[in-house]
Every structure is written in structure tokens, then in C-alpha cells.
Design a protein around this ligand. Structure first.
Ligand code: PHE
Length: 445
């Protein structure tokens, strides 16, 4: 299988585009708000450094060495019992499940871009009612915006790694960073900024429970796109001369910086208006629009800028969620890119519509299973079960299945022996056990 190659900056931008997504701008701030601010941030930062980065490096070296889809890479590199690795194909389905609910949320975001132009709610109550009404009663407009999000994503992916994914990231990532920085520099001038800084960086340990730690670990995986072969798939297109360590560290750094900047922006605006940080998943949809409305017509510009940035972040991640499945189908079944996309698209579309309807009161009963709506099932099955499981499989493969000398030979050009030993320790012990703890906690408690 011959895969197209990124340019060097193309890889970093695409991997950063994948990592930086709804996880950073939508999920990270509300999780921080719900889990005690600074203490959660500190644990999250530690997790990214000690666990997330190690697994990221592991996915990059596997992708670079295998130059193929994730499953074929495992099979080719495994020294024995190669046949077992075809079961790692479960990772390929994770993408379909994530994409289905992810595009529903991108649909909401596109709707919020449009409504920010027209009018912003002036009170949190009004915003909450509007968000609630959209999600629970307005199937039609959710369906229309879901379709827009879905077809934008599919269209970009039809163009392939170089002409689609690399090109889109080359434009959208710098734009996202520019919009966020503009909002950030404005946020610095607000009275709420210093409160936001202390909320994010001064830990209040009394709010930390063992679930805080586990949530931070889980989020570190989701935010770095780990555990489903996305990074492996992008790394299969890594140019030969790339520095694995530098590229991985840059992506982790960009991802973390954007989450922190987004957090500072959102909390500065919130505290400035005296709003609560612990509004949960509705935080950016409910708490922010009335805060923007306070700024008059400047607020409409803030609103549009913010939701456009969030939409860009979502799209560049969405395309990276599809790509592992595409490479899997094209390489192992010899399907064309279009045929593969058609199959994945059809599955995602059906699941996406079911997810969307499961939040709508009128239809929820038809798409609720075991008391849980399709939207929640997809989110739970992917983030709490399949991604962590994929992370464990990758760590076990690199830490135990591949001989140490082989792994060492893949990394020795980029790190000295001490760093290698630390990384190897993390892959063999920290990653599998920490992730296991996350899974057991999420599934059973
Ligand atoms: N990292 C993305 C985000 O933060 C989500 C994602 C998960 C993308 C898994 C690809 C694979 O939103």
C-alpha cells in the first residue's frame, strides 16, 4: 500500500488539527468548570506530559514504520502470532461512532454561527431555553445543520491526505489560532481576566476527588486523538526526515496551549459577567452568548468569531476521525476512496441521525436502548470504552510485543538513553495501568 506523504509542516498542522477540536474548546473549559478549576488543570497537564505524550510518540513510530493502516501495521510488525492483530480492527469502528455524534455537535456550532449574526440571547435563562429547545424539540434545523457538517467533512476527505486534509488544515489551523488570539487579547483587557487566571492556575485541592484524576486522564486521551489509530494513520504519511519527538511534542504543546487559551478566553468573559463556571456541557452554548450580547454589536462579532473558530476546530478533527477507516478499507479490501467513504458515510449518517433524534423528545423513544439515548451511547462507547481500550492495545504492542531493541532502533535518532528509558517505562507501566483505571472507574462507577 502506497500512502501519500505530508510535507513536514503539513503533518504537524494536520495532527494538531486533529488534536485541537471540540475537546479543547467545548469540553475542556466545562470539565475544568465542573472539576474545581486549577487542580483539574494541573492534573490534566501532568497526564498529558507523563502519559499522553508517550502514547502519542508510540502511535507516531508505529505509523511511520508500518506506512499502512493501523491493523496492517500491527500485523506486519508483530514478531509472531500475527493473526491475533486483525482483532485490533475494533479501533476502526471507534471512528464511525465518534464521528456520528461529533458531526451533530458541529451542526449545533454552525447553527450558532448563524444565530450569532442574527441575534444573541440577553440572559442565561433565555440562552438555556433556546439551547434546550433546539436540542429537544427542533429536529428539522438540527437535521439541516447536521447535514451541512456531515457533507463538509465528507467532501474534504474525498480529496485525500494532500489535497484535502493538508490543505484544509493549512488554512483553518492558522485561522483558528488567529481568531482565538484576537479573542484572547481582548479578554486580557476585561476585569474578569485575573479571576480567570486564578481559577485556571491556582489549584483548590479540596475539590479534587479520585474521579477528577480519572476524568483528567480520560480527557488527555480524547484531546490528543489517541487510541483509535488517527495518529498512526497520519504518521503513515509522515515525511521520512521528520523528527518524531519534536513533531509529537509540538502537537501536544499546541493542543495544550489552545485548550488553556480557550479556557482563559471563556472564563474571562464569564467572570466578567458574573456567570457561573460550572454550567456543564452547555457552557459555551448557554453561558457565552448572553455574555457576548452585553457588548452590543461588537458582541455579534465575538459570537461569530468564537463559533467559527470552534467549527474550524471541529472540522479538522472530524476529517481525522474518518481517515483511519478510509485507509483500512482502501488498503485491506482494495476499495476505492469513494467507495470506502460511501460505506463509512452511510453508517455515520444513520448513526448521526439516530443520535440527533435521541435528544428530541418526540422521537427519543425510538432510538433509546436500555434507558440511554443513541447520542449518549455513542459518546460513552467511544470515549469511555473503545478509545481507552485502543490506547491499552497500542501500549501493550509497543511495550511488550515489539522487542525492546526494535523499539529502541525506531527512537534512538531522536532521544538519548535516559529519555528512552523514561518513555519506555511510561509505555509499559503508566499508560496501560492508568488507562485501565480510567475504564474501570467509568464503566463501573
Ligand atoms: N482530539 C479531538 C478533540 O479534542 C477528538 C478526536 C478523538 C479526534 C479521537 C480524533 C480521534 O476534539
Amino acid at each position: 500500500m502506497k500512502v501519500a506523504r505530508f510535507s513536514r509542516i503539513g503533518f504537524i498542522l494536520a495532527a494538531a488539527g486533529s488534536a485541537v477540536g471540540l475537546g479543547n474548546i467545548w469540553k475542556f473549559p466545562y470539565m475544568t468548570g465542573e472539576n474545581g478549576g486549577g487542580a483539574f488543570v494541573l492534573i490534566y497537564l501532568l497526564t498529558i506530559t507523563l502519559i499522553g505524550l508517550s502514547l502519542f510518540i508510540a502511535e507516531v513510530i508505529l505509523g511511520k514504520e508500518g506506512r499502512n493502516d493501523a491493523v496492517s501495521t500491527f500485523e506486519t510488525l508483530a514478531p509472531r502470532n500475527k493473526y491475533i492483530w486483525k482483532y485490533s480492527g475494533f479501533m476502526i469502528f471507534t471512528g464511525v461512532l465518534i464521528l456520528a455524534f461529533y458531526t451533530v455537535v458541529i451542526g449545533w456550532i454552525i447553527k450558532y454561527v448563524v444565530s450569532s449574526v442574527i441575534s444573541l440571547p440577553t440572559t442565561v435563562k433565555e440562552a438555556g431555553d433556546a439551547f434546550g429547545a433546539m436540542v429537544t424539540t427542533d429536529a428539522t434545523s438540527q437535521f439541516i445543520y447536521f447535514n451541512i457538517a456531515f457533507f463538509i467533512t465528507i467532501f474534504i476527505v474525498t480529496k485525500g491526505i494532500k489535497k484535502g486534509i493538508e490543505k484544509v488544515n493549512l488554512i483553518l489551523m492558522p485561522m483558528l489560532i488567529l481568531i482565538l488570539l484576537a479573542l484572547f487579547f481582548y479578554a486580557i483587557t476585561l476585569d474578569g481576566f485575573s479571576e480567570a487566571v486564578s481559577f485556571l492556575f491556582v489549584p483548590d485541592w479540596s475539590k479534587v476527588t479520585d474521579t477528577t484524576i480519572l476524568k483528567a486522564v480520560g480527557h488527555a486521551f480524547f484531546t490528543l486523538s489517541l487510541g483509535m489509530g488517527t495518529i498512526m494513520t497520519y504518521a503513515a504519511s509522515l515525511p521520512k526526515e521528520s523528527n518524531v519527538l519534536r513533531a509529537s511534542a509540538s502537537v501536544a504543546l499546541i493542543d495544550t496551549a489552545i485548550a488553556l487559551i480557550a479556557g482563559l478566553v471563556i472564563f474571562s468573559f464569564l467572570f466578567n459577567a458574573g456567570a457561573e463556571p460550572s454550567a456543564g456541557p452547555g457552557l459555551v452554548f448557554i453561558s457565552l452568548p448572553p455574555v457576548f450580547a452585553d457588548f452590543g454589536s461588537l458582541g455579534n462579532i465575538f459570537g461569530v468569531a468564537f463559533f467559527v473558530a470552534l467549527g474550524f476546530a471541529g472540522i479538522t478533527s472530524a476529517v481525522s476521525i474518518v481517515e483511519p477507516t478510509i485507509l483500512y478499507l482502501t488498503s485491506r479490501f482494495n476499495y476505492s476512496r469513494i467507495k470506502s467513504l460511501f460505506i463509512i458515510g452511510l453508517l455515520t449518517y444513520i448513526l448521526g441521525v439516530m443520535a440527533l433524534l435521541s435528544n428530541v423528545k418526540e422521537y427519543a423513544q425510538y432510538v433509546t436502548f436500555g434507558g440511554k439515548g443513541t447520542f449518549d451511547i455513542l459518546d460513552f462507547a467511544s470515549s469511555s470504552v473503545l478509545l481507552p481500550l485502543g490506547g491499552i492495545v497500542i501500549a501493550i504492542f509497543v511495550g511488550y510485543v515489539l522487542p525492546r531493541e526494535k523499539t529502541y532502533s525506531m527512537l534512538k535518532a531522536y532521544m538519548n538513553d535516559t529519555i528512552f528509558s523514561l518513555w519506555y517505562f511510561s509505555i509499559r507501566y503508566l499508560v496501560p495501568f492508568a488507562v485501565l483505571a480510567v475504564m474501570i472507574n467509568k464503566i463501573f462507577f
